[in-house]
Design a protein around this ligand. Structure first.
Ligand SMILES: Nc1ncnc2c1ncn2[C@@H]1O[C@H](COP(=O)(O)OP(=O)(O)OP(=O)(O)O)[C@@H](O)[C@H]1O
Length: 128
C-alpha cells in the first residue's frame, strides 16, 4: 500500500483494496487474539437480543461500545506486535509503551462492560 508521506508503495486509491485490508486485519485479530474474538461474540449476542427485545437506541449503544472496545483492542494488538518485532529482549521503554496501550484497552473494556451490563440488566427486567 502506498505511503502518502514517504511516497512509497502502490500508487492510486482503491476502496476495494482498503476493504480487503480491513477484512484481513479483522481476520488476523479474531483468529489469533482471543480477547478480540470473545468480545465480538458476546457483543453480537447482546446486540441480537437488543434488536429482538428492545428499541434501536439500545442497539446503537451496544454497537458504539463494541466498536470502541474493538478499536482499542486492535490498536493495542498492533502496538504489541510492533514492539515484539523491534525488541525481543526485556526493555523498560517497551514495557512503558505496552502498559500505556494496555491501559487504553482497560478504559475501553470498562465502558463496554458497563454498557453490556446495563443492557443485559434492562433486558432481564423487561423479560420478567
Ligand atoms: N519486551 C518487553 N520488555 C518489558 N516488558 C514487557 C515486554 N514485553 C511485555 N512486557 C510486559 O508484559 C506485559 C504484557 O505484554 P504482552 O506482550 O505479553 O501482552 P499480553 O499479555 O499478551 O496482552 P494481550 O492479552 O492484550 O495480548 C506488558 O504490558 C509489559 O508490562
Amino acid at each position: 500500500m502506498r505511503n502518502k508521506f514517504l511516497g512509497t508503495g502502490t500508487p492510486g486509491y482503491s476502496p476495494l483494496r482498503k476493504i480487503r485490508t480491513v477484512m484481513e486485519g479483522l481476520s488476523y485479530a479474531v483468529r489469533y487474539d482471543f480477547s478480540v474474538a470473545y468480545k465480538l461474540v458476546l457483543s453480537a449476542i447482546v446486540l441480537l437480543l437488543s434488536i429482538v427485545l428492545r428499541d434501536w437506541m439500545d442497539s446503537v449503544f451496544v454497537i458504539a461500545a463494541t466498536a470502541f472496545v474493538l478499536t482499542a483492542e486492535l490498536l493495542n494488538s498492533a502496538i504489541e506486535a510492533l514492539c515484539d518485532f523491534i525488541e525481543t529482549e526485556h526493555n523498560e521503554k517497551i514495557k512503558a509503551i505496552k502498559d500505556i496501550a494496555a491501559a487504553a484497552v482497560g478504559v475501553a473494556i470498562f465502558t463496554w462492560f458497563i454498557v453490556l451490563g446495563v443492557e443485559c440488566w434492562e433486558m432481564w427486567r423487561a423479560w420478567y
